[in-house]
Design a protein around this ligand. Structure first.
Ligand code: HEM
Length: 510
């Protein structure tokens, strides 16, 4: 008996400790948001959440209202579903809601990048290359690369108006990936290849190969984020990561022509802080994914919506023709390619509205912060809650804002002019409960983690659409085909993907 007692006690203590770690004893404290731990210890609602996050969150919202805490895979997430309260979360001092600690986890698990202990935030210095004059340079660079890729694909033999067939998702993702990659990581050096024509050919082939690897990596991305990849896919992801670390290495980038300052500075600032070169190389994969993961899908949805809404297509086409005419440029057989300047891109309010509307319908990131101290939190209507240190606070503007019928009537409809006033200027007045909603869409995130590439991204999407309209006839192969359903596994990770591609065809006007 005396021998069994300590064994029994030890068992009891470890069982209780295990249950504690699994969250079995957590109770809702006074003033905390409603708590739902689900029925499975530790996992909580993780399975429902993963299988369809939108349905799950809408169910919880119906049950608990616009703030609630749920257990998901060992973490407690407090979701705030009232768009009027978003500002106080994204503008909260960094010391209370921390983004970095959350980003560190994702960077390690997904990209194999380990932050320095005290990594300085260098984004403000580096991201200037994606704004102002830097943006002009980058937008020119991507235009040149885009033209090289688009006209090569179309088969530029004059007078030969052959239709080219492709999946629209594949086409947009491919062109924007290749053009974006070349603009950031550089073109092959003319000195090495011997001529500009050889460089163009090399760049096309090399970036196409890299795109096929990126597609594979992107398909494994949700599993990497949630840590749910089966062993075989995990090995494949590791193989691909190594390939990218090598392909994007600083040594390779510096041997090329036209590598962007954004990439070079990101690398150099890390090395100056004492980071090993191989680790700084790994950071390049996070930049590649951030810059290439969303623009192709966004462009796919925009072109698909335009093809499905002839009145929208007509309005955007007329605007493109007007802007071209005002710049005194002609699109003609044998003539020089257009120079789509940054200035021209500021004169497209209709296209801007169509882009904004597309992102409202398809950009669905989760915006998360770690709660670093027990704290009070006040909702916009004055209700007060306490939040617990160690939990995560999350907003999902896609359902809480972008699909809110009060803010955006008929939210599931594509209305190309939703963000235009009757006089054609940009509309910025949207209301909920009679109060103005300052952030009426949030495709780019907000606050400390707002997307630094948002101006560049908008430009490149507009550049692709502009070139398509200026130079090409294009149409769906089957005009009756429905818009494809959404791949439910990618909610929260950025712009949504379709479950399958939509075939289209295109040819040069002349
Ligand atoms: C349609 C295209 C794009 C969308 C919808 C988009 C959206 C976003 C969102 C929502 C975030 C914040 C994520 C978070 O809070 O966790 C983000 C971060 C980021 N984006 Fe974008 N993005 C796009 C294109 C781009 C492009 C073209 C670039 C680069 C040129 C870029 C660079 C970045 C970087 C570096 C971050 C990380 C910022 C940080 O960690 O603080 N993005 N993006």
């Amino acid at each position: 008996m005396s021998l069994w007692l300590p064994v029994l006690l030890a068992f009891l203590i470890s069982a209780l400790g295990g249950l504690y770690l699994l969250g079995a004893f957590r109770r809702r404290r006074p003033k905390e948001p409603p708590l739902d731990k689900g029925h499975i210890p530790w996992l909580g609602h993780a399975l429902d959440f993963r299988s369809n996050s939108v349905e799950f969150l809408q169910k919880m919202q119906r049950k608990y209202g616009d703030i609630f805490t749920v257990l998901l895979g060992g973490y407690y997430f407090t979701f705030v579903m009232d768009p009027l309260s978003f500002r106080s979360i994204v503008k909260e001092a960094r010391s209370a809601f921390d983004f970095v600690c959350f980003k560190k986890e994702v960077d390690e698990r997904v990209f194999g990048y380990y932050h320095l202990e005290n990594e300085q935030k260098i984004d403000e210095i580096v991201n200037k290359h994606l704004m102002g004059d830097g943006l002009v340079v980058m937008s020119q660079a991507i235009m040149k690369n885009m033209q090289n890729l688009m006209f090569y694909r179309a088969g530029t033999v004059e007078g030969q108006k052959e239709w080219q067939h492709d999946g629209l998702f594949h086409y947009c993702s491919n062109i924007l990936f290749q053009a974006g990659y070349l603009s950031f990581f550089g073109n092959e050096a003319v000195k090495r290849m011997g001529s500009k024509e050889k460089v163009k050919e090399f760049d096309r082939v090399h970036s196409e190969e890299l795109f096929s690897k990126f597609r594979k990596f992107n398909s494994l991305f949700p599993g990497l984020v949630y840590g749910t990849l089966p062993p075989k896919d995990k090995l494949e992801a590791e193989r691909l990561k190594r390939l990218f670390w090598n392909m994007l290495s600083f040594k390779k980038t510096m041997q090329k022509d036209n590598s962007s300052r954004w990439i070079i500075d990101h690398h150099q600032f890390r090395e100056e802080q004492g980071m090993a070169e191989y680790m700084a190389d790994r950071y390049m994969l996070t930049l590649l994914w951030s810059s290439q993961g969303n623009t192709g899908p966004a462009c796919f949805w925009l072109l698909l919506f335009l093809m499905k809404h002839p009145e929208a297509m007509k309005a955007v086409r007329e605007e493109v023709e007007k802007v071209l005419k005002e710049s005194n440029q002609d699109v003609k057989s044998g003539g020089p390619l257009i120079n789509l300047t940054s200035d021209m891109l500021t004169k497209t309010p209709i296209l801007d509205s169509a882009v904004e509307e597309t992102l409202r319908l398809t950009a669905a990131p989760f915006l998360m912060r770690s709660i670093t101290q027990d704290m009070d939190f006040k909702m916009a209507d004055g209700r007060e809650y306490t939040l617990r240190k160690g939990d995560r606070i999350t907003i999902f503007p896609y359902i809480a804002l972008q699909m809110d019928p009060e803010v955006h009537p008929e939210p599931h409809q594509f209305k190309y002019d939703r963000f235009l006033n009757p006089d054609g200027t940009k509309k910025a007045d949207f209301y909920k409960n009679g109060k103005k909603v300052k952030d009426f869409t949030m495709p780019w995130g907000a606050g400390v983690s707002v997307c630094p590439g948002r101006f560049f991204a908008k430009n490149e999407i507009k550049q692709l659409v502009f070139h398509m309209l200026a130079y090409f006839d294009f149409e769906l192969v089957n005009a009756e085909e429905d818009i494809p359903p959404i791949d439910q596994s990618r909610w929260g990770l950025g712009v949504i993907h379709p479950t399958h591609d939509t075939q289209f065809r295109y040819r040069l006007h002349f």
